[in-house]
Design a protein around this ligand. Structure first.
Ligand SMILES: C[S@@+](CC[C@H](N)C(=O)[O-])C[C@H]1O[C@@H](n2cnc3c(N)ncnc32)[C@H](O)[C@@H]1O
Length: 292
Protein backbone atom coordinates (compact mmCIF):
# COMPACT_ATOMS: atom_id res chain seq x y z
CA UNK A 1 0.00 0.00 0.00
CA UNK A 2 1.43 3.48 -0.84
CA UNK A 3 1.97 5.88 2.10
CA UNK A 4 -1.40 7.39 3.03
CA UNK A 5 -0.45 9.58 5.98
CA UNK A 6 -0.89 13.00 4.38
CA UNK A 7 -4.52 13.91 4.86
CA UNK A 8 -5.48 17.58 4.65
CA UNK A 9 -8.94 18.57 5.90
CA UNK A 10 -11.22 19.95 3.14
CA UNK A 11 -14.30 21.88 4.22
CA UNK A 12 -17.70 20.56 3.07
CA UNK A 13 -20.91 22.58 2.64
CA UNK A 14 -22.20 21.94 6.18
CA UNK A 15 -18.96 23.17 7.78
CA UNK A 16 -17.64 19.68 8.62
CA UNK A 17 -14.47 18.36 6.99
CA UNK A 18 -13.45 15.51 4.74
CA UNK A 19 -10.20 14.13 3.30
CA UNK A 20 -9.21 13.18 -0.25
CA UNK A 21 -7.81 9.68 -0.74
CA UNK A 22 -4.98 9.65 -3.28
CA UNK A 23 -5.07 5.84 -3.18
CA UNK A 24 -8.77 5.58 -4.17
CA UNK A 25 -9.03 8.91 -6.03
CA UNK A 26 -12.16 9.96 -4.07
CA UNK A 27 -13.09 12.20 -1.18
CA UNK A 28 -14.29 10.41 1.94
CA UNK A 29 -17.66 12.23 1.93
CA UNK A 30 -19.87 14.15 -0.48
CA UNK A 31 -19.23 17.87 -0.92
CA UNK A 32 -22.59 18.50 0.74
CA UNK A 33 -21.26 17.59 4.16
CA UNK A 34 -19.69 14.80 6.18
CA UNK A 35 -21.92 15.47 9.20
CA UNK A 36 -25.08 15.78 7.10
CA UNK A 37 -24.25 12.48 5.40
CA UNK A 38 -23.62 10.75 8.75
CA UNK A 39 -26.98 11.88 10.10
CA UNK A 40 -29.06 11.63 6.91
CA UNK A 41 -27.65 8.48 5.33
CA UNK A 42 -26.68 6.38 8.35
CA UNK A 43 -28.02 7.45 11.76
CA UNK A 44 -31.53 8.48 10.60
CA UNK A 45 -32.17 5.52 8.27
CA UNK A 46 -31.07 2.92 10.86
CA UNK A 47 -33.68 4.34 13.29
CA UNK A 48 -31.17 4.79 16.11
CA UNK A 49 -33.14 7.56 17.82
CA UNK A 50 -35.94 5.07 18.46
CA UNK A 51 -33.74 2.03 19.07
CA UNK A 52 -31.89 4.11 21.72
CA UNK A 53 -34.88 3.66 24.04
CA UNK A 54 -33.62 0.08 24.53
CA UNK A 55 -31.20 -0.41 27.43
CA UNK A 56 -28.47 -1.70 25.09
CA UNK A 57 -27.51 -1.42 21.40
CA UNK A 58 -24.94 -3.03 19.15
CA UNK A 59 -23.45 -1.15 16.20
CA UNK A 60 -21.13 -2.31 13.41
CA UNK A 61 -19.38 0.53 11.52
CA UNK A 62 -17.89 -0.84 8.27
CA UNK A 63 -15.30 1.71 7.10
CA UNK A 64 -14.84 3.88 10.19
CA UNK A 65 -12.78 6.48 8.30
CA UNK A 66 -12.73 9.81 10.11
CA UNK A 67 -15.37 8.59 12.59
CA UNK A 68 -18.24 10.93 11.62
CA UNK A 69 -20.85 8.15 11.40
CA UNK A 70 -19.98 6.78 14.82
CA UNK A 71 -19.74 10.22 16.44
CA UNK A 72 -23.22 11.11 15.07
CA UNK A 73 -24.62 7.75 16.20
CA UNK A 74 -23.36 8.09 19.78
CA UNK A 75 -24.59 11.70 19.97
CA UNK A 76 -28.09 10.65 18.84
CA UNK A 77 -28.28 7.61 21.12
CA UNK A 78 -27.13 9.40 24.28
CA UNK A 79 -29.31 12.46 23.58
CA UNK A 80 -32.32 10.12 23.72
CA UNK A 81 -31.14 7.84 26.52
CA UNK A 82 -27.94 8.74 28.35
CA UNK A 83 -27.89 5.29 29.98
CA UNK A 84 -28.08 3.29 26.76
CA UNK A 85 -25.21 0.80 26.79
CA UNK A 86 -23.48 0.64 23.40
CA UNK A 87 -21.42 -2.27 22.19
CA UNK A 88 -19.60 -1.15 19.06
CA UNK A 89 -17.24 -2.67 16.49
CA UNK A 90 -15.56 -0.61 13.77
CA UNK A 91 -13.59 -1.80 10.73
CA UNK A 92 -10.98 0.32 8.97
CA UNK A 93 -8.11 -0.44 6.60
CA UNK A 94 -5.83 2.49 7.27
CA UNK A 95 -5.05 3.71 10.83
CA UNK A 96 -3.67 6.96 9.36
CA UNK A 97 -7.22 8.08 8.50
CA UNK A 98 -8.74 8.17 12.02
CA UNK A 99 -5.40 9.33 13.42
CA UNK A 100 -5.43 12.34 11.08
CA UNK A 101 -9.06 13.12 12.01
CA UNK A 102 -8.07 13.19 15.68
CA UNK A 103 -4.89 15.21 15.00
CA UNK A 104 -6.98 17.83 13.15
CA UNK A 105 -9.67 17.86 15.92
CA UNK A 106 -12.41 17.12 13.37
CA UNK A 107 -14.77 15.48 15.87
CA UNK A 108 -14.35 18.07 18.60
CA UNK A 109 -17.78 19.61 17.97
CA UNK A 110 -19.50 16.38 19.06
CA UNK A 111 -20.97 16.52 22.56
CA UNK A 112 -18.78 15.40 25.47
CA UNK A 113 -17.57 12.78 26.15
CA UNK A 114 -17.62 11.62 22.49
CA UNK A 115 -14.41 13.39 21.31
CA UNK A 116 -12.43 12.03 24.27
CA UNK A 117 -13.85 8.51 23.83
CA UNK A 118 -13.06 8.40 20.10
CA UNK A 119 -9.55 9.77 20.68
CA UNK A 120 -8.91 6.97 23.17
CA UNK A 121 -10.45 4.45 20.77
CA UNK A 122 -8.15 5.46 17.92
CA UNK A 123 -5.09 5.51 20.19
CA UNK A 124 -5.64 2.20 21.94
CA UNK A 125 -7.98 0.28 19.60
CA UNK A 126 -10.53 -0.37 22.33
CA UNK A 127 -12.55 1.20 25.10
CA UNK A 128 -14.36 -0.20 28.10
CA UNK A 129 -16.52 2.28 30.03
CA UNK A 130 -19.82 1.83 31.84
CA UNK A 131 -21.79 2.76 28.70
CA UNK A 132 -19.45 2.00 25.78
CA UNK A 133 -17.56 -1.13 24.87
CA UNK A 134 -15.77 -0.55 21.56
CA UNK A 135 -13.19 -2.30 19.39
CA UNK A 136 -11.68 -0.73 16.26
CA UNK A 137 -10.24 -3.47 14.03
CA UNK A 138 -7.62 -2.40 11.49
CA UNK A 139 -7.05 -4.34 8.25
CA UNK A 140 -8.98 -5.44 5.18
CA UNK A 141 -12.65 -5.58 6.21
CA UNK A 142 -12.98 -8.81 4.23
CA UNK A 143 -10.83 -10.42 6.93
CA UNK A 144 -11.90 -8.48 10.01
CA UNK A 145 -15.61 -8.96 9.23
CA UNK A 146 -15.08 -12.75 9.32
CA UNK A 147 -13.68 -12.34 12.84
CA UNK A 148 -16.70 -10.26 13.88
CA UNK A 149 -19.07 -12.90 12.45
CA UNK A 150 -17.22 -15.72 14.20
CA UNK A 151 -17.51 -13.85 17.52
CA UNK A 152 -21.32 -14.01 17.16
CA UNK A 153 -21.74 -10.20 17.12
CA UNK A 154 -25.34 -9.33 16.16
CA UNK A 155 -25.84 -5.67 15.26
CA UNK A 156 -28.94 -3.54 15.70
CA UNK A 157 -27.44 -1.18 13.11
CA UNK A 158 -24.75 -1.59 10.45
CA UNK A 159 -23.21 1.39 8.66
CA UNK A 160 -21.84 0.36 5.25
CA UNK A 161 -19.64 3.23 4.06
CA UNK A 162 -16.85 2.12 1.66
CA UNK A 163 -15.64 4.19 -1.27
CA UNK A 164 -17.91 3.87 -4.33
CA UNK A 165 -18.60 0.42 -5.85
CA UNK A 166 -16.48 0.91 -9.02
CA UNK A 167 -13.56 2.16 -6.88
CA UNK A 168 -13.76 -0.32 -4.00
CA UNK A 169 -15.85 -3.23 -5.37
CA UNK A 170 -14.40 -5.70 -2.85
CA UNK A 171 -16.64 -4.28 -0.09
CA UNK A 172 -19.86 -4.44 -2.15
CA UNK A 173 -19.84 -8.06 -3.31
CA UNK A 174 -22.45 -10.78 -2.78
CA UNK A 175 -19.97 -12.60 -0.55
CA UNK A 176 -18.95 -9.59 1.58
CA UNK A 177 -22.53 -8.39 2.06
CA UNK A 178 -23.50 -12.00 2.85
CA UNK A 179 -21.04 -11.85 5.76
CA UNK A 180 -22.43 -8.46 6.82
CA UNK A 181 -25.95 -9.97 6.82
CA UNK A 182 -24.73 -12.72 9.18
CA UNK A 183 -23.81 -9.99 11.70
CA UNK A 184 -27.22 -8.26 11.52
CA UNK A 185 -29.92 -9.02 14.10
CA UNK A 186 -33.30 -10.29 12.84
CA UNK A 187 -34.77 -6.81 13.36
CA UNK A 188 -31.52 -4.88 12.73
CA UNK A 189 -31.08 -2.36 9.91
CA UNK A 190 -28.15 -1.86 7.55
CA UNK A 191 -27.78 1.55 5.89
CA UNK A 192 -25.58 2.76 3.06
CA UNK A 193 -25.38 5.89 0.92
CA UNK A 194 -25.35 3.87 -2.32
CA UNK A 195 -28.46 3.30 -4.43
CA UNK A 196 -26.56 1.13 -6.94
CA UNK A 197 -28.69 -1.68 -8.37
CA UNK A 198 -25.69 -4.03 -8.06
CA UNK A 199 -25.42 -3.28 -4.34
CA UNK A 200 -29.14 -3.75 -3.79
CA UNK A 201 -29.07 -7.12 -5.61
CA UNK A 202 -26.11 -8.24 -3.49
CA UNK A 203 -28.01 -7.30 -0.30
CA UNK A 204 -31.04 -9.23 -1.56
CA UNK A 205 -28.82 -12.25 -2.26
CA UNK A 206 -27.94 -12.12 1.46
CA UNK A 207 -31.64 -12.62 2.23
CA UNK A 208 -32.27 -8.96 3.05
CA UNK A 209 -35.21 -6.81 1.95
CA UNK A 210 -34.17 -3.43 0.58
CA UNK A 211 -35.74 0.02 0.70
CA UNK A 212 -34.77 3.56 -0.25
CA UNK A 213 -33.50 6.08 2.26
CA UNK A 214 -34.27 9.76 1.57
CA UNK A 215 -31.86 11.75 -0.65
CA UNK A 216 -29.48 13.91 1.39
CA UNK A 217 -27.72 16.78 -0.33
CA UNK A 218 -27.83 15.16 -3.78
CA UNK A 219 -30.74 13.81 -5.83
CA UNK A 220 -30.17 10.09 -5.39
CA UNK A 221 -31.44 8.15 -2.38
CA UNK A 222 -29.47 5.70 -0.27
CA UNK A 223 -30.39 2.14 0.68
CA UNK A 224 -31.66 0.52 3.87
CA UNK A 225 -31.82 -3.24 4.30
CA UNK A 226 -33.32 -5.54 6.88
CA UNK A 227 -34.59 -9.13 7.16
CA UNK A 228 -38.14 -7.80 7.56
CA UNK A 229 -39.75 -5.35 5.14
CA UNK A 230 -41.77 -3.72 7.96
CA UNK A 231 -40.73 -0.09 8.35
CA UNK A 232 -38.54 -0.03 5.21
CA UNK A 233 -39.41 2.81 2.80
CA UNK A 234 -40.51 1.02 -0.41
CA UNK A 235 -38.54 1.24 -3.66
CA UNK A 236 -40.20 3.32 -6.40
CA UNK A 237 -41.41 1.57 -9.61
CA UNK A 238 -38.38 3.07 -11.40
CA UNK A 239 -36.00 1.63 -8.80
CA UNK A 240 -37.70 -1.79 -8.96
CA UNK A 241 -37.28 -1.86 -12.76
CA UNK A 242 -33.63 -0.86 -12.34
CA UNK A 243 -33.14 -4.15 -10.48
CA UNK A 244 -34.16 -6.04 -13.63
CA UNK A 245 -31.44 -4.46 -15.84
CA UNK A 246 -27.78 -5.37 -16.36
CA UNK A 247 -26.77 -2.74 -13.81
CA UNK A 248 -28.19 -5.07 -11.16
CA UNK A 249 -25.63 -7.78 -11.86
CA UNK A 250 -23.69 -7.76 -8.60
CA UNK A 251 -19.98 -7.81 -7.89
CA UNK A 252 -18.67 -11.22 -6.87
CA UNK A 253 -15.53 -12.24 -4.96
CA UNK A 254 -15.91 -16.01 -4.35
CA UNK A 255 -12.96 -16.41 -1.96
CA UNK A 256 -13.09 -12.85 -0.57
CA UNK A 257 -9.54 -12.12 -1.70
CA UNK A 258 -9.61 -10.94 -5.35
CA UNK A 259 -8.22 -7.61 -6.52
CA UNK A 260 -10.58 -4.74 -7.39
CA UNK A 261 -9.62 -5.15 -11.07
CA UNK A 262 -10.49 -8.87 -11.09
CA UNK A 263 -13.85 -8.21 -9.40
CA UNK A 264 -14.76 -5.45 -11.88
CA UNK A 265 -13.69 -7.63 -14.83
CA UNK A 266 -15.74 -10.60 -13.60
CA UNK A 267 -18.88 -8.43 -13.39
CA UNK A 268 -18.29 -6.89 -16.82
CA UNK A 269 -18.02 -10.36 -18.37
CA UNK A 270 -21.24 -11.44 -16.66
CA UNK A 271 -22.98 -8.30 -17.93
CA UNK A 272 -21.80 -8.91 -21.51
CA UNK A 273 -23.20 -12.45 -21.45
CA UNK A 274 -26.48 -11.38 -19.82
CA UNK A 275 -29.94 -11.43 -21.43
CA UNK A 276 -31.20 -8.77 -19.00
CA UNK A 277 -32.35 -5.43 -20.41
CA UNK A 278 -29.48 -2.97 -21.06
CA UNK A 279 -29.61 -0.26 -18.41
CA UNK A 280 -29.47 2.47 -21.10
CA UNK A 281 -32.94 1.32 -22.31
CA UNK A 282 -34.35 1.64 -18.79
CA UNK A 283 -32.78 5.10 -18.45
CA UNK A 284 -34.25 6.29 -21.74
CA UNK A 285 -37.71 4.93 -20.88
CA UNK A 286 -37.83 6.83 -17.60
CA UNK A 287 -36.44 10.00 -19.18
CA UNK A 288 -39.22 9.85 -21.82
CA UNK A 289 -41.83 9.31 -19.07
CA UNK A 290 -40.51 12.35 -17.21
CA UNK A 291 -41.02 14.57 -20.27
CA UNK A 292 -44.32 13.09 -21.54
C1 LIG B 1 -15.95 6.71 2.49
S1 LIG B 1 -14.69 6.47 3.66
C2 LIG B 1 -15.56 6.24 5.17
C3 LIG B 1 -15.98 7.50 5.90
C4 LIG B 1 -16.38 7.25 7.32
N1 LIG B 1 -17.46 6.34 7.48
C5 LIG B 1 -16.63 8.47 8.16
O1 LIG B 1 -17.64 8.55 8.86
O2 LIG B 1 -15.76 9.36 8.13
C6 LIG B 1 -14.15 4.83 3.28
C7 LIG B 1 -13.15 4.23 4.26
O3 LIG B 1 -12.94 2.87 3.88
C8 LIG B 1 -11.62 2.51 4.19
N2 LIG B 1 -11.30 1.29 3.42
C9 LIG B 1 -10.94 1.19 2.11
N3 LIG B 1 -10.76 -0.11 1.78
C10 LIG B 1 -11.00 -0.83 2.90
C11 LIG B 1 -10.96 -2.22 3.20
N4 LIG B 1 -10.65 -3.13 2.27
N5 LIG B 1 -11.25 -2.61 4.46
C12 LIG B 1 -11.57 -1.69 5.42
N6 LIG B 1 -11.64 -0.37 5.18
C13 LIG B 1 -11.36 0.06 3.94
C14 LIG B 1 -10.83 3.74 3.79
O4 LIG B 1 -9.56 3.78 4.41
C15 LIG B 1 -11.77 4.86 4.24
O5 LIG B 1 -11.44 5.27 5.54
Amino acid sequence: MPPTGNFTPEKTADGSFTFFSAEFGETFHSVHGARQEAEGKFVGPTGLAVKALQPALRILDICYGLGYNTAAALATIWAVNRDCHVEWVGLELDPAVPEAAIAHHLLDSSPAPIPQLLTELVQSGEIHTDRLIARLLFGDARETLREVCQSGFQADAIFLDPFSPPTCPQLWTVEFLGLAGKCLKADGVLATYSCSAAVRTALMAAGLQVGSSPPVGRRSPGTVASFTAAGLPALSPQEREHLRTRAAIPYRDPQLCDSAEAIVRRRKEEQQASSLEPTSHWKKRWLNRAFS
